[in-house]
Design a protein around this ligand. Structure first.
Ligand code: BT5
Length: 330
């Protein structure tokens, strides 16, 4: 039953115009009455179906909810998300994709969950992922890159998210090096890039994207309220999670393909345009010293560039940055 319905939606989605009840009944090997019953069921689920005599059926619009069908309908990507899995609840979409990667699933496989009960941040930190309120998604990539280039994927993803958010609203997002997206100094999104590599070869990358979309302040745990926000809080409007995911996947595919063809040079200026506190003074602490610096940009290998008061520019790979008064200090 379930798979007949899935096939039916696929047939209707592939078709530009109408498709006759006769053709559907033949392709699905069910009676025309059964086709009609399926159509009624789709309508009850929020699909808008147009039935025209002698022409047949056509899906006019999908319900505004997240499912494999609604995400794939009108996605218009070449390779990203053609293999897409949606779950109501998982521990972490990262873990699901690691398993799928080991089973040999292809480049561009996407896993999305309504809720994660063990959402992961970096270094075993937690990522709060409440049900139906955000985008909790992981992408499987099998890039022909060298392991040292993997951080570029995090930077690239951050520019994609910043662009999609800026295009869809009056929100001004900032990318805080290396992996956070901030709005008004609060974190709205985080990226987690995990890699399986052997010596000089990447086997696969699991790119995790977490975006707080429709949380109200009350939906954010008290301990995070001073440093976390959502698109809804910032724009004072509800966002379509399904459409936002589709926009991200389209923009990601475009940017990724350009990056593979032309290298990092196109990503760098975009990242810097959105870079948090680029051109501003911060205090940096490394194991050896603590110093005042002006952030100047990023390097192709993902390093942050900081200029000290003598004018020397240093490349930072890991450092504690004190983002300053009113800044994000997690
Ligand atoms: C990150 O880690 O920012 C990466 C987050 C990646 C989440 C995605 S969701 C899909 C995929 N599946 C997963 O299981 N993970 C990925 P990090 O920079 O370490 O930040 C974690 C810190 O951010 C926590 O220690 C909290 O302080 C804070 N935090 C936790 N949940 C948050 C949220 N929903 N919004 C804003 N801040 C949060």
């Amino acid at each position: 039953m379930e798979s007949t319905r899935k096939q039916l939606i696929e047939l209707l989605s592939e078709q530009q115009g109408h498709i006759s009840g006769q053709a559907l009944s033949q392709s699905l090997d069910i009676s025309r009455t059964a086709v009609w019953k399926h159509m009624k069921e789709l309508e009850r689920d929020g699909y808008e179906i147009e039935a025209v005599q002698r022409k047949g059926y056509k899906i006019v619009s999908f319900p505004n909810k997240v499912s494999e069908n609604t995400l794939q309908w009108g996605l218009n990507t070449d390779w990203l998300g053609h293999n897409l899995h949606h779950y109501a609840e998982v521990a972490s979409t990262q873990e699901v994709v690691h398993q799928l990667a080991k089973q040999g699933k292809p480049h561009g496989t996407v896993v999305i969950a309504d809720q994660q009960v063990q959402g992961k941040g970096r270094m075993s930190r937690n990522w709060d992922s409440p049900k139906g309120k955000g985008i909790w998604m992981s992408i499987l990539l099998r890039p022909e890159l060298l392991p040292y280039q993997a951080p570029q994927l995090t930077l690239l993803t951050a520019t994609v998210l910043a662009e999609v958010i800026a295009d869809q609203s009056s929100i001004t997002p900032y990318i805080k090096w290396p992996n956070d997206l901030l709005v008004h100094h609060k974190k709205v999104s985080g990226i987690l890039t995990e890699m399986q590599a052997e010596q000089d070869q990447i086997q696969y990358v699991v790119l995790g994207i977490g975006i707080n979309v429709n949380q109200d302040t009350a939906d954010i745990p008290e301990g995070l309220q001073h440093k976390a926000t959502s698109l809804r809080i910032e724009s004072q409007q509800e966002w379509s999670i399904q459409q936002t995911i589709q926009r991200i996947l389209r923009q990601f595919e475009r940017t990724y393909d350009q990056f593979i063809q032309n290298g990092f040079s196109e990503v760098k200026p975009k990242w810097e345009e959105y870079g948090y506190k680029i051109g501003e003074k911060v205090t940096i602490s490394t194991m050896k010293k603590s110093w005042q610096a002006t952030l100047v940009g990023i390097e192709p290998d993902g390093a942050l560039l900081a200029r000290d008061e003598m004018g020397n520019v240093e490349k930072l790979y890991s450092a504690e940055i004190h983002w300053g008064e009113g800044g994000y200090n997690a």
